[in-house]
Write a protein that binds this ligand. Structure first.
Ligand SMILES: NC(=O)c1ccc[n+]([C@@H]2O[C@H](COP(=O)([O-])OP(=O)(O)OC[C@H]3O[C@@H](n4cnc5c(N)ncnc54)[C@H](O)[C@@H]3O)[C@@H](O)[C@H]2O)c1
Length: 435
């Protein structure tokens, strides 16, 4: 069973902190055995040590992270962005200049820099897994943007998870919705038996917008691969193709680099559900996907609508539903998580609005209708703070690598099922996906 803690919001006593630091030192030694270049002191970070951060990917999300970390530093956090990397030089140079940080055109050079303790990976989806492996091998802790990998990279994801564990490095997935205490409160209620045996859950993401065509600017339509742009590094393990400026800047439209809403948006919605249910791998997944609204863009290959059903050995089914072609104003939404999830059990249903967790008894149940206030909502700064705390205490953060793996496998299986037109199955013995 996955073990997910949420240490940021729990006070850690000084004795416990000292213990965690010691156990962290041991984890660190294991990690360093595999490291190619570790941080200078080769020891865990203390409460007063500055954490040096390297940003890999200076596009839209990378710039968000730069602003978040800058804000945290201004508020007194002991952090500093010391280096940036991007395969498109003008984006990298602009951030390096503004931050007075070092610039590395090749992310491996950034990883060899001993002043970098932690990297934030905000590159296109199909690049994440490889860069996480490179980072933990280099002794760095990691904030990796969701989705943890690309839809065709199940085996890479599995390898990446093993590498992260072997390294002893701290890994946080960028599903910042996990900073909402609602999920931790609801998980506790579910564990206490408030809904009885969980049997069914729904979650999803409904929005209006052609993320990709409209949302991704082509900085320079005349740029060519070379000094300013590394096309091969962008392609990674994807099909080798001649340079295409649209593919480079608007990669979200193409299935070589993206999975559409299933992997772009549903990690946000589905991660809290996997966490609350405490499930691991599914037994079977069925997926459907289609371009239902945004036909006009001739480059679009990925669906704008995707619906996935996952069945678990625990006899629980989860429906992950959504489209980018319609939202439903007034339906409860919880920040980046999208549509508020519903968890049904034999005795009752847990649902959410922006302020509360709601229990509705099932027909025939003796449970009473109830409501609990959500302690605090989503805040990406808390997601970062949680990671920074865990880097110091060497504990598991809110969105750890097993949770990322379990979530992503279902989404990958959903896409593989949709493409194959049949159910995808998970083989527990061999930990493999069969379609
Ligand atoms: N958590 C969230 O709410 C959230 C929001 C937006 C994006 N994201 C995720 O962040 C990631 C980046 O998305 P984006 O919108 O910033 O895309 P983007 O295209 O704006 O930025 C990606 C950047 O990576 C660079 N790049 C490409 N290949 C690289 C490589 N091999 N090494 C280094 N740099 C490379 C590109 O030049 C580009 O500047 C995606 O995985 C996306 O899903 C998460």
């Amino acid at each position: 069973m996955p073990h997910h803690t949420f240490s940021a919001f729990h006070a850690v006593s000084s004795t416990r902190r000292a213990f965690l630091r010691r156990s962290g030192a041991l984890a660190g030694v294991a990690g360093l055995a595999a490291a190619t270049a570790a941080r200078a002191e080769d020891k865990p970070l203390g409460a007063n040590d500055r954490i040096g951060i390297g940003i890999i990917g200076c596009g839209g999300r990378g710039r968000d992270h730069i602003n978040i970390v800058k804000g945290m530093k201004e508020a007194g956090a002991k952090v500093e962005i010391v280096a940036v990397s991007d395969t498109y030089r003008p984006r990298m140079a602009k951030q390096a200049e503004a931050l007075k940080a070092k610039a590395y055109f090749d992310h491996r050079e950034l990883l060899a820099d001993k002043s970098v303790d932690l990297v934030c990976i905000a590159t296109p989806d199909h690049i994440h897994g490889y860069q996480v492996i490179d980072a933990v091998r280099a002794g760095k802790d990691v904030y990796c943007e969701k989705p943890v990998t690309h839809w065709r990279q199940y085996e890479l994801t599995k390898r990446m998870v093993a590498e992260v564990k072997k390294s002893g490095r701290i890994f946080q997935l960028g599903s910042q919705g996990m900073s909402n205490t609602a999920w931790h409160q609801a998980k506790k209620l579910i564990q206490e038996g408030i809904i009885g045996q969980p049997i069914h859950a729904e979650c999803g993401y409904f929005r209006v917008g052609d993320w990709g065509e409209a949302g991704m600017p082509i900085d320079d339509p005349n740029v060519k691969p070379g000094e300013d742009l590394n096309w091969d590094a962008f392609l990674g393990d994807a099909n080798k193709r001649p340079f295409d400026v649209s593919r480079y800047f608007r990669w979200r439209l193409y299935e070589d680099y993206s999975g559409g809403p299933a992997t772009d948006l549903y990690p946000h919605s589905f991660t809290p559900v996997v966490y609350m249910l405490g499930v691991g791998m599914p037994s079977a997944v069925i997926g459907l996907g289609s371009i239902s609204r945004y036909h006009a863009c001739k480059e679009r290959e990925v669906p704008d609508t995707a619906n996935i059903l996952a069945e678990y050995p625990e006899k629980t089914t989860v429906a992950i539903l959504g489209t980018q072609g319609n939202n439903f104003p007034g339906e409860p939404e919880l920040g980046s998580v999208g549509r508020a999830p519903t968890i049904r059990g034999w005795e009752g249903t847990i649902s959410f609005d922006n302020q509360s967790i709601i229990l509705t008894p099932a027909e025939g149940s003796k449970r009473q209708r109830n409501r609990w206030p959500i302690e605090h909502g989503e805040d990406v700064r808390l997601h970062w703070q949680n990671l920074l705390d865990c880097c110091r205490t060497r504990t598991q953060p809110a969105s750890p690598v097993d949770l990322a793996w379990h979530t992503q496998t279902v989404l990958q299986m959903g896409i593989l099922s949709a493409r194959a037109g049949k159910a995808a199955r998970f083989d527990k013995e061999t930990e493999s996906v069969i379609v």
